[in-house]
Design a protein around this ligand. Sequence first.
Ligand code: SF4
Length: 312
Amino acid sequence: MLWVPSKARCPRQGPCRRLPVPPALPPGDPVLRVAAVASGWARPPHRLLLRLLEPTAGRIVFDGEVLTDLSRAELQKRRARTQIVFQDPFASLNSRRSVGAILGEPLLIHRQAPLQSRQQRVADHFALVGLPAEAATRYPHEFSGGQRQPIAIARALALSPDFIVCDEAVSSLDVSVQAQIIALLKDLQRDLGLTYLFISHNLAVVRHISNRLAVMDAGRIVEIGETDAVFARPRHPYTRLLIASLPVEHPSLRRPRGVQADEATEDAVGARGCAFAARCPHADRICRAKRPPLRHVAEGWSVACHHAETTG
Ligand code: SF4
């Protein structure tokens, strides 16, 4: 279980943007986060989770262990269980090393396999993502984008983690390749019992891979629940806006958005009330005066809106 108290803060983003990670991620339960397009606030929190950034306050708890209290050596051991797949497979793979060396590096650093068995482990991980063992001798530039992201996934799997952050892992790929990578991630999750924190701006992708969905606006979770239930009846106006923005088969099927698609402004983020109030048709005096807490509205479903029951 991963747990991040909301008062954990990012040193680069300043104190007003609280860490918006769902309160608990059960094993094998892929949880998605959807952030405002180009907000950039979706990114630092997962770097805090992996302690690529150091939080200035709060605690991060993983499987009962307080990650923020770990020493450097302890953290290195822990990192074997928490891995990341970055957005851009063209930038995240070292172009000067063969992909076999790239996949073998985590094993070498964590001393998990002697040289003899390392090559076999690398070949096994290639097989997991559908690449031939001969690929180990080739360099990243010899692969297409659709082949590079499976290599990045294989690297993330090298240490047999149980939790993987997928940071916009398919957004730089063609749509057909996206479908392949999503299918691969789902297969791996089923076979290896992985838990994903899948960060994406694309709700259509999110719908296909997750069974729980967390929607963020202005750096905070505004709605979290079962993906199918949220899509069927979104209760937060921002979630409704995102779903209404999805492409439809025919213009006559388009749903009314009802709200403006603008991002939250700095003023809105720092305001006392709801950060969505300036864009929300349901905003009233209470919304502008008091920030809505994330509150339980149904089994496994929470919404940060004062009027979730009446407008949803
Ligand atoms: S709290 Fe008010 S302003 Fe915020 S989303 Fe709900 S109805 Fe709209």
